[in-house]
Design a protein around this ligand. Structure first.
Ligand SMILES: O=C(O)c1ccccc1NCC(=O)[C@H](O)[C@H](O)COP(=O)(O)O
Length: 261
């Protein structure tokens, strides 16, 4: 069993429990269901930096990264730094995140927010909207083509952007469909946890131009982004590099200034 299999097995139990406690109709009473979402894909198309800065307390690959910060401060810091969007991990068991983090980040900033979650059920998409997300992540490695279609079409119906994450060509081929906005290539091999930006570079030419290309994981230098831009990537998801510092907002600000100089 690899780490994704473990996470998904736990996620299925978690979603079943949540469904027995709070119904979809109850989620739909959230005032945030009425909020007009902001498109991350559109923001990335218009951005020079393309940085999507992540709130990440811990992870299976790195254990603890930073547990001592307020998510509101991190969100404000990222927005002030000029990040194009923010990613909020909402998984509790493996990443130390929560839906509270999502709603607190939403209250603290107006930049587009990605709910970074292991989505396997429509319930989690309604939940994402109800807690203030603008974008959902779908991971090709854990979903069939039919599931990607159903989940992405529901997200679009709710006005959310969809970022589809792939690790290889087979996942990319199986997933392409019009209800996706962004194609993310995850540079982290989830079997070995090794990161290689070559994964993004290799897959880039297989991604049709209709989708905004996002490179995810293991990005820690401005030079790496300049290289990825040569391969037509417009979005860059960065977590650990900012979160491992005492002030992720200041760290993102310095990074973005250097990138835009
Ligand atoms: O980060 C992990 O260890 C991880 C393990 C298993 C599944 C997903 C994982 N990470 C989620 C992400 O996609 C990253 O948090 C995101 O791309 C940022 O990566 P980084 O800049 O390397 O923190």
């Amino acid at each position: 069993m690899n780490i994704l299999d473990k996470i998904v097995a736990d996620k299925r139990k978690e979603v079943d429990l949540k469904k027995s406690l709070i119904t979809i109709s109850q989620l739909e009473t959230s005032i945030l269901m009425e909020r007009t979402s902001i498109s991350l894909a559109e923001a990335l198309r218009q951005s020079n930096s393309g940085i999507i800065a992540e709130h990440k307390r811990r992870s299976p690959s790195k254990s603890v990264i930073n547990q001592g910060l307020s998510v509101q401060d991190v969100a404000k810091g990222y927005a002030d730094a000029g990040a194009c969007g923010m990613s909020v991990l909402t998984d509790g068991k493996y990443f130390g995140g929560s839906l509270d983090d999502l709603i607190l980040a939403r209250a603290a900033t107006n930049i587009p927010i990605l709910r970074k979650e292991f989505i396997i059920d429509e319930y989690q998409i309604v939940e994402a909207k109800a807690y203030g997300a603008d974008v959902i992540l779908l991971i090709a490695a854990i979903l069939s083509r039919e599931e990607i279609k159903t989940l992405s079409e529901l997200a679009k119906k709710l006005g959310l952007d969809v970022l589809l994450e792939v690790h290889n060509e087979a996942e990319l081929k199986k997933s392409l469909m019009p209800s996706l906005d962004m194609l993310g290539v995850n540079n982290r091999n989830l079997k070995t946890f090794e990161v290689s930006l070559e994964t993004s570079k290799t897959l880039s030419s297989n991604i049709p131009d209709d989708f905004v290309k996002v490179s995810e994981s293991g990005i820690s230098s401005v030079e790496a982004i300049r290289e990825l831009k040569e391969f037509d990537f417009q979005g860059f998801l960065i977590g650990e590099n900012f979160m491992k510092t005492d002030n992720p907002g200041v760290s993102a600000s310095g990074f973005i200034k250097k990138l835009e100089a």
